[in-house]
Design a protein around this ligand. Structure first.
Ligand SMILES: [Zn+2]
Length: 89
């Protein structure tokens, strides 16, 4: 006799996008609502795609544009060309 195997305890939190609690830094990083949101730590960096994910849920694009967790888009606001890229090879 077999009992139904329901050992898959999957908890999906796909709707948790409003207030991301990814940040475990101390002191806590600026929230996505703050003007200094870019100061948050980078948790995922995708230079080949030109964007980074900050721990407050903000997606920061290469051209300094931003996508906020609530879907708001911030236009690029910083001039490029100030970065010093060192290639070691
Ligand atoms: Zn953080």
């Amino acid at each position: 006799m077999y009992e139904a195997d329901r050992a898959t305890h999957r908890t999906t939190h796909l709707t948790q996008r409003k207030t991301p609690s990814m940040c475990q830094h101390k002191p806590q990083c600026p929230t996505a609502e703050g003007p200094d949101r870019e100061a948050a730590f980078t948790v995922a960096h995708h230079p080949e795609q030109g964007w980074s994910l900050l721990c407050n849920g903000v997606v920061l694009f290469e051209d300094t544009g931003e996508l906020l967790p609530d879907g708001q888009i911030i236009a690029p606001h910083r001039p490029l060309g100030t970065e010093h890229i060192t290639t070691a090879a």
